[in-house]
Each structure stands twice: as C-alpha cells, then as structure tokens.
Design a protein around this ligand. Structure first.
Ligand code: GAF
Length: 380
C-alpha cells in the first residue's frame, strides 16, 4: 500500500504537475443491520481505516483522465460531454458513473486528472466501491468548490452504482463512507436518512476476519433477495418491510412462499435487533450486544440464507472464545467475505490464534485478520 507521498509522486510522474488536492474516503464495516437498507430500515456501520486515496488536479478542458495505480497504472479517459459505459475497464465505470450523476446536479464542473489508489480488500464486503465513489465525489467537490454535503454525496454515489454500474445496492455504504466519525459507529435510518453516532466502548476492538472465500453469484443473489423483500412488502400491503410487523407477517404467511416469508422475517427481526444493539452499545451492555450479533448471524444463515459454511465456522469458533464478552457475525452482502467481531482488547490475540490454528485445517483457506479502528468519513 502506497502512502500519500508515493501517490503524489506517481501523480507528478504521470501528469508532469503537482496534484492540487489529496482526498480520502474510507471503506466500512457493518456491525449489524444487514439487507435492511433497501427495505428502508436501520443499519449500524462504522467507517474503517482502509480506504481510497486520490490525488487530483482540475483540467482546463472537458476531459477526465483517471489512472488506477493498483491496476498497473491503467489509464481511462473520457469527455464530460459523452460519458458512456466502458465495457473494457470495469473499474472506470465507477468514475464515469459518479461524474455523470454529479454533472447532472452540477453542470458547471470541468475536467480532472485523477490518480487513484486504495487498500480496501476487494470483494470482501467492506465497500471498496462505495469508498471509491465517495473519494471521486470528494475530489470534484474540493476542486470545483461544490460544497457537497454527506447525504447528497452518498445519494449521488448510490445513483451511479444503481443507474450506471448496474448494481441495485442500498444507501448504507456510501453514507457511512461520507459521514463516519472517528471511534464511533452510526445508526442510520434508511427511510428518513437521519442518523445518530455513538462512541464504541473503549475496551472493545473491531476485528474483521476475511474468510477469503471467493464470492460468486453475489449480484444475482443480491437482486433476488431484494425482489423477494419487495414481493413480501407488496403482499403485506406496506410501502417497504420497514413498515411490516411480525404479527402481520404471520397473518399473511399462507399468501407467500416459504422463502419470501423467511426473507421478510429476517428483515423485520433485523431492524429491531439493530436498534437494540445501538442502545446496548450506548449502555456498554456487552452481553446484549453479543446476543444481538449472534441472532443476526443465525437469521442471515437460516432465514436470509446469505452465509456460507466457512463463514458459519468462523463465527462459531470466535463465539466459542469470546462468549458473551463480545459479539461476532457475518458482515456485508454475503456469500463469502468477512466476519466482524467486537472483542475485548485483551482477547484479540487469543481470537487471532484460534482463527489461525483452526480455520485453515477446516476449510483449506488462509484467513486474513484486520484489527481496525473507526475513522472519519470524507464529508464528515
Ligand atoms: C451491500 C450493499 F451495497 C448495501 O447497500 C447493503 O444492502 C449490504 O450489501 C447488505 O446489508 O454492501
């Protein structure tokens, strides 16, 4: 991973000019509230100390030249007047999409030179793409004095991903990348887009364990889950599952397939667990945090069916070590990726040893462990 000095140097070498702006946007870990954002429910993420860094200088013409340092300094150029999907350079569509959406809202923006690098593990459920989108928006906002606010930036990033890149994600990832706070997590109401930050108890560490399971079928499974949730909401005659209750779901059970019923049960119960966990964390009631995270994992495994055996195994062995002194669950969209654990700092070593000693033997995969901190978002 390069530091800012290397990034500046690479910019100078490539563009023969010093960068005028250096910006950063973090990735995120979701502590609880999975697949609830697009159901207008609650999520509880934190921005983490892995992210995207961009060096940028505005251009006097209407071209955007973006260079991906981590993909062999691959360069992608496009004109503001003709922004199209790039079939070859997948990564460039995040830049193109974001700039296209930004230009619709701020037609006076001009061209830009961008040198991009990052260290969010790709495809691990830690929001490398949202961090990329928000960093691009931060660069344009600074360079063209747009004074974008966090929620506006998040909505533009989401719009780029939904309408240009082609992934129907919710708003959580962009919002926390924009508005995270140091040492805090954020309870976000995805209907009103209002949020509350709360400090993470000092005695707990955020530990992320990457299962390194290659995620397959993520997009299609994600879209299927989303469609099933919408189907449930329509059967229950509510605007979104945010407005559904368990009692109402039970009453209408015979009107839906078992799959749709269980997807809805996950979302309804997850919304309530997320609020419970926020209150428990505020009160430093760790046993309650532990219970909420355990139930969340079981619900993702049994009702929403988005976990894989390797992830379930990680959760089991970590829970075996920490008991009710901390919490552990899968984090992110699912089908591989990472487990998040809130662990007493004095148990981190024991948990790491357990994971390193048992996970490989059981699965043939080598885990990666990141002890993280919660950081400030790009528009905070
Ligand atoms: C992905 C999506 F991008 C988020 O919007 C959210 O739905 C998450 O999966 C699941 O909670 O990260």
């Amino acid at each position: 991973m390069l530091n800012n000095h290397d990034l500046q140097k690479a910019f100078l070498t490539h563009f023969s000019i010093e960068p005028a702006h250096l910006v950063h946007a973090p990735g995120r870990v979701n502590l609880i509230g999975e697949h609830t954002d697009y159901n207008e429910g609650f999520v509880f993420p934190a921005a983490i100390n892995f992210g995207t860094w961009i060096a940028a200088t505005p251009r006097s013409d209407r071209q955007v030249v973006a260079v991906a340092m981590d993909i062999g300094a691959s360069e992608n150029t496009f004109r503001l007047d003709d922004i199209r999907f790039d079939e070859q350079d997948g990564w460039a569509n995040y830049v193109r999409g974001v700039v296209k959406m930004l230009q619709q809202a701020h037609p006076h923006i001009g061209g830009m030179n961008l040198m991009i690098t990052g260290n969010v593990p790709q495809g691990a459920g830690l929001s490398s793409s949202a961090s990329f989108e928000i960093a691009i928006l931060r660069a344009f906002s600074e360079a063209y004095g747009l004074s974008l606010e966090g929620v506006q930036a998040a909505l533009l990033g989401q719009q780029a991903e939904n309408d240009f890149v082609g992934c129907s994600c919710g708003i959580m990832d962009q919002l926390i990348s924009a508005l995270g706070r140091e040492d805090q997590a954020m309870l976000l109401d995805c209907e009103s887009l209002t949020f509350r930050h709360t400090p993470l108890p000092e005695e707990l560490a955020i530990v992320i364990i990457n299962s390194n399971v290659k995620r397959g079928l993520v997009d299609s499974e994600y879209n299927t889950r989303r469609a099933q949730c919408e189907q449930a909401a329509s059967t229950l005659k509510v605007k979104s599952l945010r407005h559904a209750s368990l009692a109402g779901l039970e009453q209408s059970r015979s009107e839906m397939s078992d799959n749709v019923y269980r997807r809805a049960r996950h979302v309804i119960t997850e919304n309530s667990r997320t609020q419970t966990m926020f209150t428990a964390l505020q009160a430093a009631d760790i046993a309650k945090v532990s219970e909420a995270m355990a139930q969340s994992h079981a619900s993702m495994r049994d009702d929403f069916e988005i976990t894989v055996p390797q992830i379930d195994y990680l959760v089991d062995i970590i829970a075996g070590v920490i008991g009710d002194k901390g919490g552990v669950r899968m984090t992110g969209g699912g089908f591989g990726g990472c487990v998040v654990a809130l662990i007493p700092k004095n148990m981190v070593e024991k948990v790491s040893d357990t994971v390193n000693n048992f996970y490989h033997n059981q699965t043939g995969l080598t885990p990666t462990i990141y002890v993280c901190s919660a950081v400030r978002g790009a528009f905070a």
